[in-house]
Design a protein around this ligand. Structure first.
Ligand SMILES: Cc1ncc(COP(=O)(O)O)c(C=O)c1O
Length: 417
């Protein structure tokens, strides 16, 4: 990534120059006293921040931190609930499934609140509940106090994916049994450290893979394996200088939402349940979010628009995590306003169905329907039989656009992760 871009991504996020400087220092041994002292200090700051007594700092991303939670849940004998109202709730369901956990998934529509009433009415005894705090895909900030109440009422252990909330606002996780965060989002350091907070002491378990055994991490003073002193130093500096950045982002976000709405964008999350630092946007009618994202990138602004779940829904995101300046946001709004004044809204649909939906006919249908609804341009797969053939795609297109099918293929542009 070049400095020429202004990043509004949900990660990696823009970092303070002092964080970059801390990262660039010499790597020191994870066995050294200096490293252990630094680890202790970072842990103390993190625990104070979220009001939980323990944290393990794994080298990896948020998904690894959530897998460490799944591993602990696999040691519990009872059933659980996994609540979902977006992409990252779905990933928890998927991760729970991979661990073979006994659980009931409870879902609500993307953009809606979590199904907490339904969860409180389930009759089976439950031992644990797992849910996302800030649902990054939609920008909905789920109701953490209500989740904690629910867990208390049901006598269940609460596990919270707070990966895109911690650091962006005050987050009190004291009602959680386990909770996850990362270095590279709201904490405004570099990606690469997965944080797992725990309320109770955890004993090692020989049943778990070594790296996922939080009890082993705790027993070894938080440094059982090779660690990155550079990532830790950057996180320490970010924690030392944070505060002003959190307030600045909240102010900028409150200002940005009405300006963006005035341009004809709709924000998916209603303001009362929105996480201000994630704006998931439905562009003005007729505008293709992916094309808009590409154009903005060419103009120097990095927004989130490549993930498959965004492309399929024609959404894009402006995120304000990390270090941001009002002037850059003003430039972004000005550029958008200029384009929307012209014929930008007439941009055609550039979709590559084969890449998007290999082996997933249901999703293909959805994309085709979206394309048809918007009078868009559709291109089929390469005819190897695993994607939607051009003929099939055309058959599913409404008659008025059938003749307008054109070819626009960019296989590598969509990120299916
Ligand atoms: C809420 C949430 N959970 C989990 C993840 C997965 O984190 P990672 O991509 O760092 O593995 C993300 C990433 O954006 C997220 O926002």
């Amino acid at each position: 990534m070049s400095d020429a871009w202004v990043s509004f991504l949900p990660g990696p996020v823009p970092v303070h120059p002092e964080v970059s400087r801390a990262f660039a220092g010499p790597a020191i041994s994870h066995r050294s006293a200096a490293f252990h002292a630094q680890m202790g200090e970072v842990k103390r700051r993190l625990c104070d921040l979220v009001v939980l007594p323990n944290v393990q700092i794994l080298v990896g991303s948020g998904t690894l931190a959530n897998d460490a939670v799944g591993a602990q849940l696999s040691l519990l004998p009872g059933r659980g609930l996994v609540l979902s109202n977006g992409e990252f709730g779905e990933r928890l369901i998927e991760q729970a499934g991979r661990f073979g956990l006994a659980f009931t998934p409870l879902r609500s529509e993307w953009g809606e609140p979590l199904p907490l009433d339904e969860a409180s009415q389930t009759v089976e005894p439950i031992e644990w509940i797992w849910a996302v705090h800030c649902e990054t895909s939609t920008g909905v900030l789920n109701d953490l106090p209500r989740l904690a109440d629910l867990a208390r009422e049901r006598g269940a252990k609460l596990c919270v994916d707070a990966i895109s909330s911690v650091g962006n606002a005050a987050v009190d996780l004291s009602g959680a049994w386990l909770a996850t965060a990362t270095s590279g989002k709201g904490l405004a350091a570099y990606p690469g450290l997965g944080l797992v907070f725990h309320h109770d002491e955890i004993a090692p378990s020989p049943r778990l893979p070594r790296y996922l055994d939080l009890g082993l991490w705790a027993r070894e003073g938080g440094v059982p394996f090779t660690a990155s002193s550079n990532l830790l130093a950057a996180l320490e500096r970010a924690l030392e200088i944070r505060g002003a950045q959190e307030t600045q982002c909240a102010r900028l976000a409150a200002d940005l939402r009405p300006r963006i709405e005035r341009l004809g964008f709709s924000c998916l999350a209603p303001v009362e349940s929105a996480a201000p630092w994630v704006l998931t946007l439905l562009p003005p009618a007729g505008t293709n979010a992916f094309v808009l994202g590409e154009r903005l990138e060419a103009a120097g602004f990095l927004l989130s628009y490549r993930s498959g779940y965004l492309v399929r829904r024609n959404w894009l995101q402006i995120c304000l995590m990390g270090e941001h300046e009002a002037s850059a946001i003003g430039r972004l709004v000005d550029v958008l306003a200029g384009w929307l004044d012209t014929d930008f809204v007439q941009l055609p649909f550039d979709l590559e169905l084969h890449q998007l939906d290999r082996n997933r006919q249901r999703e293909v249908d959805l994309v085709v329907k979206q394309a048809v609804g918007r009078g868009g341009v559709v291109e089929s797969g390469d005819g190897d039989g695993s994607g939607l053939s051009r003929g099939q795609a055309e058959d599913q297109l409404a008659a008025p656009v059938r003749g307008a099918v054109d070819v626009v293929v960019d296989r590598d542009a969509v990120d299916e992760r």
